[in-house]
Design a protein around this ligand. Structure first.
Ligand code: ZN
Length: 189
């Protein structure tokens, strides 16, 4: 996988206006999320609409409840492994909310300043797909190569950094399996 100018060249691009500049330019944390819209329903274009402020509030009661939210993530990995990118990695996407993360000896807030947000399409209880784990591992390896401050010790789930508010990516996300996929190196042909 190749990253050029902050974009994964193989991802479908759906640019979101919900982003701004990273104050320090730092990219040093990978934050994993999950989302489905409406909750528990996979497929469709509602996630893309949410992240681009085009969700129709009359289409579903849940959409009305989240009307006016201005949020985004850098990347969405759909159930079939498709990558949809909304914000270039070098810009700040709006996904972490009130949260904090222990960076070595100090607690840090304002995680969006230096985090990359990846959403897995899921509902926290349905097992994530093999295609999602594989794609996430490929994307993460590409991010490690592009952003040297990122490594396997600088990955967190949203639930970990906002435990009172958030539970994603949820118990369905198999961290051990994913870290194993991440560490796996392809055998040379
Ligand atoms: Zn989240």
């Amino acid at each position: 996988m190749v990253i050029e100018q902050g974009w994964l060249t193989s991802a479908r691009r759906v640019p979101s206006p919900n982003c701004d500049a990273r104050p320090e330019g730092e990219v040093s944390l990978l934050l994993l999320h999950s989302i489905s819209l409406p909750p528990g329903v996979f497929g469709g274009d509602a996630i893309e609409r949410l992240f681009t402020n085009r969700l129709d509030p009359s289409a579903h009661p849940f959409f009305a409840a989240i009307q006016g939210l201005r949020v985004s993530a850098h990347l969405l990995i759909r159930r079939d492994g498709e990558c949809v990118q909304f914000v270039p990695f070098r810009r700040r996407a709006w996904h972490a909310g009130r949260s904090r993360w222990r960076d070595g000896a100090r607690w840090r807030a304002a995680l969006n300043d230096f985090a990359i947000g990846i959403e897995l399409e899921g509902d926290e209880v349905s097992p994530y797909t093999a295609a999602q784990y594989e794609r996430l591992a490929e994307v993460t390896r590409a991010l490690f190569a592009a952003y040297p401050a990122l490594d396997a010790s600088r990955i967190a789930g949203h639930a970990e950094v906002a435990p009172l508010r958030k539970s994603d990516p949820g118990p369905a996300f198999d961290w051990a399996y994913w870290r194993q996929r991440l560490a796996a190196r392809r055998e040379p042909d």
